[in-house]
Design a protein around this ligand. Structure first.
Ligand SMILES: Cc1cc2nc3c(=O)[nH]c(=O)nc-3n(C[C@H](O)[C@H](O)[C@H](O)COP(=O)(O)OP(=O)(O)OC[C@H]3O[C@@H](n4cnc5c(N)ncnc54)[C@H](O)[C@@H]3O)c2cc1C
Ligand SMILES: O=C([O-])CC(=O)C(=O)O
Length: 349
């Protein structure tokens, strides 16, 4: 008889590790799709101190080379549709969700392939000559409307929603997933870059990003250089100016030279930013991996088992993909529950 058969499965106990965007969205999705289970988030950091708080929160996907495109497209569409519905409801301001239109610009037209997400965002089209006149250094551009999350507001809103569904939240660092075996039936691992240490996944690595959060309320259009190294993203409470991508760097200290460089590059794109005020610097480590890891694993010690659902490695695209991956994580948790119930009923025979 293994440990599953000792446990009552009338209310499966789910522990979600991590309270960034991926842990919170998975916990909410599980609590709503499987209301018979109890959901507890365990995390060492919470908003406003997670990588997810640093992000710009734009729904503009990056491509994961190791994840099939149809899968990425499905995750993005599910995320876009879900946030668009929130945007169209009275919840939009408290959830920190807004629609934003703007331009992605390129110095050469050959570098601008039609992205896989062009028919999911709204009104995707080539920029007109008139629009391009604003950017004399650029040859080509894409105009579209997408969604933006105000990250700390959205994280708080998700946490409130989880608690409203009866979920609990505990502050604790987990050194070993197996330590949860006594108190939980299933663990969902949403520790982002923490997975490197927690489960020894050497395929995940940091891509350091430094951004400025500034007050410039007159801006309402986004501008993104297609190289991903300069962007201006207006949100509900501030404008995010970016950005940097330093592969392999674990340094969380802001670099004043990089801040100046970001500011100068963004002012070159949008000169009115010279008047921006209340400039704050933030640094985050993107949890990057060739492919998002979204799969079941059964940990075994002797006769005891602990099913784990991994959901981490969202790199530069957590906001763009999170609801799609949360739905898949909830589906995998459902499969684990079915297996546990099956083994319980077999043990009773
Ligand atoms: C500068 C920057 C800009 C970005 N802009 C965008 C954007 O515009 N659009 C977009 O889609 N994405 C963007 N991203 C990417 C996005 O931020 C990430 O994909 C996303 O935040 C990852 O979320 P996460 O929950 O996996 O990680 P995190 O937010 O890092 O959360 C991980 C959680 O796990 C906890 N944890 C880790 N280890 C343990 C442990 N051992 N025990 C307990 N708890 C643990 C941590 O405390 C934390 O709560 C950006 C990222 C950066 C850095
Ligand atoms: O690239 C962007 O536009 C924003 C982003 O996702 C990041 O900096 O990781």
């Amino acid at each position: 008889m293994d440990s599953w058969s000792n446990k009552s499965m009338s209310k499966p106990r789910i522990a979600v590790i991590g309270a960034g965007l991926i842990g919170l969205s998975a916990a909410v999705c599980i609590s709503e799709t499987i209301p018979t289970c109890s959901v507890t988030i365990i995390s060492d950091e919470f908003t406003p101190n997670t990588t997810s708080d640093v992000a710009a929160g734009m729904l503009i996907p990056h491509t994961y080379p190791g994840t099939p495109i149809y899968q990425q497209k499905q995750w993005f569409k599910e995320t876009f549709d879900y946030l668009f519905a929130i945007n169209n409801s009275s919840e939009a301001p408290s959830a920190g969700i807004s629609l934003v239109s703007g331009w992605q610009i390129f110095k050469t037209s050959s570098s601008a392939e039609l992205p896989f997400w062009s028919d999911i965002v709204l009104g995707f089209r080539a920029m007109t000559e008139m629009e391009l006149k604003k950017f004399p250094q650029y040859r080509f551009g894409q105009a579209f409307t997408t969604l933006k999350c105000d990250c700390p507001s959205y994280l708080l809103w998700l946490e409130k929603r989880l608690k409203g569904n009866g979920g609990e939240v505990h502050a604790k660092r987990i050194a070993n997933l197996w330590d949860l075996q006594n108190n939980y039936d299933i663990v969902v691992n949403c520790t982002g870059i923490g997975s490197r240490q927690l489960i020894g996944d050497l395929k995940i690595y940091p891509v350091r990003g430094q951004v400025l959060k500034v007050h410039a309320p007159w801006l309402n259009h986004f501008i993104r250089d297609g190289d991903g190294l300069s962007y201006i993203y207006p949100g509900i409470h501030n404008v995010t100016l970016g950005g940097t991508r330093e592969k392999g760097s674990w340094n969380l200290s802001p670099d004043p030279n990089i801040s100046k460089d970001i500011f100068d590059k963004c002012c070159a794109l949008e000169p009115s930013l010279q008047k921006a005020q209340d400039i704050k610097v933030r640094v985050g480590l993107r949890p990057s991996r060739l492919a998002v890891r979204l799969q079941k694993e059964i940990l075994v010690q002797g006769e005891k088992k602990l099913p784990v659902v991994h959901n981490y490695g969202h790199g530069s695209g957590g906001f763009s993909m999170h609801w799609g991956t949360a739905k898949e994580a909830a589906r995998l948790v459902g499969e684990c529950i079915a297996t546990l119930q099956d083994s319980l009923s077999k043990a009773k025979l």
